[in-house]
Design a protein around this ligand. Structure first.
Ligand code: ZN
Length: 181
């Protein structure tokens, strides 16, 4: 793909501006919290509803409710096939529910940990990027901060990634520059 180097450099700088804005307005944190909150809710749903322990309800065999005296024959080409009694079918269901509980609580726990990390990392009061020890060439103040920034463009199935270390001064000054790693 033919790329205009100057335009791509500006696009990466614009991405850095947008990231800084999203961080400082708290939008990054809000979005991340909502996504992780939904993930936690799905996990809890899987654990408590899909994986609910229910040892007293009659098991089903191929969609039909079993009676105490019926047997269930399961054909399987990846193991686990055979003939199962009423109680064995309850055990199978309980063990599968246990797996869902593990997955559900696992996902909810992971989401909760990530929420705590994101809450701190994406704090709107946290400055964007890392401090630069040189004075800004425009305003002469020590306000420069830099961060490795990636701008990606998807064309069809290919994603093109452009990256560089973007240095930004305060919004009031408006100085920006980019260099390669
Ligand atoms: Zn400046």
């Amino acid at each position: 793909m033919a790329v205009d180097g100057g335009n791509m450099a500006q696009a990466v700088i614009d991405t850095a501006y947008n990231e800084r804005k999203r961080l400082h307005t708290g939008r990054s944190r809000t979005t991340t919290m909502v996504v992780l909150g939904v993930l936690a809710a799905i996990g809890i749903f899987l654990a408590l509803v899909v994986g609910k322990s229910d040892p007293d309800t009659a098991p089903t065999c191929d969609g039909h409710t079993m009676t105490r005296t019926s047997v269930c024959r399961i054909w399987s080409n990846h193991g686990g096939g055979g003939t199962y009694s009423y109680d064995e079918m309850i055990d199978r269901r309980e063990s599968s529910n246990g797996v869902w509980r593990g997955i559900g609580f696992g996902a909810a726990g992971l989401a909760a940990v990530l929420m705590m990390v994101a809450y701190t990392k994406l704090d709107p009061n946290r400055p964007w990027g890392n401090p630069v020890s040189a004075a800004c060439p425009r305003c002469r103040e020590l306000n420069l901060r830099e961060k490795l920034t990636v701008h990606s463009i998807t064309k069809g199935r290919t994603t093109y990634r452009y990256s560089g270390i973007v240095t930004l001064c305060t919004p009031a000054c408006g100085f920006s520059t980019i260099r390669q790693r």
